[in-house]
Design a protein around this ligand. Structure first.
Ligand code: UD1
Length: 340
C-alpha cells in the first residue's frame, strides 16, 4: 500500500483528504501540531473508515523533528502538505508568524525528503489571483500582488516549489489552487472546526443558526455584482479532498513531469446572499443577518475555470450548493450534541 504523509491531516481539508485516501486504498500518515486542530478528529476518522492512521504530533518548523520524521517515515510515496496558518486578518497583524510558519515548514519538509522520488501536493489558493481581469480565471492568469501576508505565503510557496523542481530533483509537484471549501463529510463526523469566532462565511452561518452567534453580517452589498454582495466559487470539501487523490494518481503515472498548478473549484460563482438563501432553503432554518460595511481586503468576485483539472486530473466537482449547506448544518448539529 502506498504511504502518503499528510501534514495538517487533522485539520478541515486534511481530515477529509485522509478519509478519501483510505477509501482509495492509500495508507495516510498524519503529521499535525494540533495548533488549530483537535486530536479527537483521529477517532472520528477511525469511526468513518474503520482504520486508525499513524499519527505524529510535530511542528514542522522543528528542523530536527522533521529530519527524525523523515527517518521514521522514509518509505513514503507522496506528501500532501496542508499544515499552515490561514487566517487572513491575523496574518496582516502578525506577518512574521505567518512567514515563519508557512515558509519554514515547507522548506524543512522539502529538505528532509530531498533527493527521494516523492510526489508532492501543495495546498495553494485562488487568493494568488487577487481580483482577476477575466472570469472564470484560469491557471495562466497573472498572479497579482498579494492582499495579505497569508496570500503572499501561498505565492512564495508556489515559487519555491517551481524553482526547486526546475533545479532538477526527484520531486514531482502539483499545487492545487482551492477556491472556497465548505460543507462537511456526509457522516457528519468531521467538518470545519473553527477555534474562537469563525472568520469564514459558512461556519459563521451555521453557528448563527444554532444560536452560538446572535447574527451574521454580510460584508457589503454595494459591489459590482448582480445582488451587490461578493461572489465566490464554493466547493464541497469532499470534492476538494478527492482532487488530492487525483493529483497523486496523475503524478504516479508516466504522463506527468516536474511542476504544475490546477484550479480546484466548481467553475460557478455564488454571492453571499445566494449562499444565505440556499442555507435557509435547504435547512428550513431562518438566519438572522444584516448588511454591514465591506471587509478590508475582500476580492469582489472570483470563480475558476476548471477545464484543465477536468482534462488532466480527470477530476470534477459533483456536489452542489444544497449538499454543501445541508452537510455543514448536520455537522454543526452533531457538534452541538457531541462537543469535541
Ligand atoms: C479567503 C481567500 C481564500 C483563503 C481564505 C482563508 C480569496 C478570494 N479567498 O477566502 O483563498 O483560503 O480566505 O480563510 O482571497 N463573508 C460575510 N460575512 C462573514 C464572513 C464572510 O459576508 O461573516 C463574506 C466575505 O466577505 C466573502 C465571502 O463571505 O465575500 C467568503 O468569505 P470567507 O469564507 O472568509 O472566504 P474568502 O475571504 O473568500
Amino acid at each position: 500500500m502506498s504511504k502518503i504523509l499528510v501534514t495538517g491531516g487533522l485539520g478541515y481539508i486534511g481530515s477529509h483528504t485522509v478519509v478519501e485516501l483510505i477509501n482509495a486504498g492509500y495508507e495516510p500518515v498524519i503529521v499535525d501540531d494540533l495548533s488549530n486542530s483537535n486530536i479527537k478528529i483521529l477517532d472520528q476518522i477511525t469511526k468513518i473508515t474503520g482504520k486508525k492512521p499513524v499519527f505524529h504530533q510535530l511542528d514542522l518548523c522543528d528542523v530536527n523533528g522533521v529530519m527524525s520524521l523523515a527517518t521514521a517515515e522514509h518509505d513514503i510515496e507522496g506528501i500532501i502538505h496542508f499544515a499552515a496558518f490561514k487566517a487572513v486578518g491575523e496574518s496582516v497583524k502578525l506577518p512574521l508568524k505567518y512567514y515563519r510558519n508557512n515558509i519554514f515548514s515547507l522548506i524543512n519538509l522539502l529538505d528532509a525528503y530531498y533527493g527521494k522520488p516523492v510526489n508532492f501536493v501543495f495546498s495553494s489558493s485562488c487568493t494568488v489571483y487577487g481580483q482577476p481581469d477575466h472570469l472564470p480565471v484560469n491557471e495562466s492568469a497573472p498572479v497579482k500582488p498579494a492582499q495579505s501576508p497569508y496570500g503572499n505565503t501561498k505565492q512564495i510557496a508556489e515559487e519555491i516549489l517551481s524553482d526547486m523542481v526546475a533545479s532538477g530533483t526527484n520531486y514531482k509537484v502539483i499545487s492545487l489552487r482551492y477556491f472556497n471549501p465548505v460543507g462537511a463529510h456526509d457522516t457528519a463526523l468531521i467538518g470545519e472546526l473553527p477555534i474562537g469566532v469563525p472568520q469564514n462565511l459558512v461556519p459563521f452561518i451555521t453557528q448563527t443558526a444554532i444560536g452560538k452567534r446572535e447574527k451574521i453580517t454580510v460584508f457589503g452589498d454595494d459591489y459590482n455584482t448582480p445582488d451587490g454582495s461578493c461572489v465566490r466559487d464554493y466547493i464541497h470539501v469532499v470534492d476538494l479532498a478527492k482532487a488530492h487523490v487525483a493529483a497523486l494518481k496523475l503524478m504516479s503515472g508516466n504522463d506527468f513531469e516536474g511542476y504544475d498548478v490546477f484550479n480546484i473549484g466548481t467553475g460557478k460563482g455564488n454571492s453571499v446572499l445566494e449562499i444565505i438563501a440556499a442555507f435557509e432553503q435547504t435547512t428550513g432554518e431562518k438566519l438572522n443577518y444584516e448588511i454591514g460595511p465591506r471587509r478590508g481586503g475582500d476580492v469582489e468576485q472570483v470563480w475558476g475555470d476548471v477545464s484543465k483539472s477536468e482534462k488532466q486530473l480527470h477530476w470534477s466537482a459533483g456536489l452542489g450548493i444544497d449538499t454543501m449547506m445541508s452537510s455543514a448544518w448536520e455537522w454543526e448539529k452533531y457538534l452541538s450534541n457531541n462537543p469535541l
